[in-house]
Write a protein that binds this ligand. Structure first.
Ligand code: ZN
Ligand code: ZN
Ligand code: ZN
Length: 95
C-alpha cells in the first residue's frame, strides 16, 4: 500500500518550538512530532499527553514527521505506516 496523503501538501513551518498544548498547560514531553498539514507541533505517544495523536483525532490531519534533531521519518495515521520524509519538507525539520 502506498500513502497518498502527502500528495498536494505544501511544506509549512512549525508553529511552535515545543509541543503547542504542553506549552500552554506548562507540561513536558518526551519527543516532538510535526504535523505536515498545518505545522502543529505535538508530543509523541511516550509523552504524558500524546498531543500529536490527539491532534490527528481532532483534525484528521493524516501525516506527522519527527521533529527531533537529526531524525527523518514520517508516519501516516490513516495508513498506519512509516514513510520517508519528502525532500521539500526538509527545511522545516530540526537539523
Ligand atoms: Zn497516508
Ligand atoms: Zn504535548
Ligand atoms: Zn495539523
Amino acid at each position: 500500500m502506498t500513502c497518498r496523503h502527502l500528495t498536494g501538501l505544501d511544506p509549512i513551518a512549525a508553529r511552535t518550538a515545543g509541543c503547542e498544548e504542553c506549552l500552554q498547560i506548562g507540561s513536558t514531553w518526551v519527543h516532538l512530532r510535526l504535523c505536515l498539514s498545518c505545522g502543529h507541533v505535538g508530543c509523541c505517544d511516550s509523552s504524558p499527553h500524546r498531543h500529536a495523536t490527539g491532534h490527528f483525532h481532532q483534525t484528521s490531519h493524516p501525516v506527522i514527521a519527527s521533529f527531533e534533531p537529526g531524525e527523518r521519518w514520517a508516519w501516516c495515521y490513516v495508513d498506519d505506516a512509516e514513510l520517508p520524509v519528502p525532500a521539500r519538507f526538509e527545511p522545516h525539520l530540526n537539523a
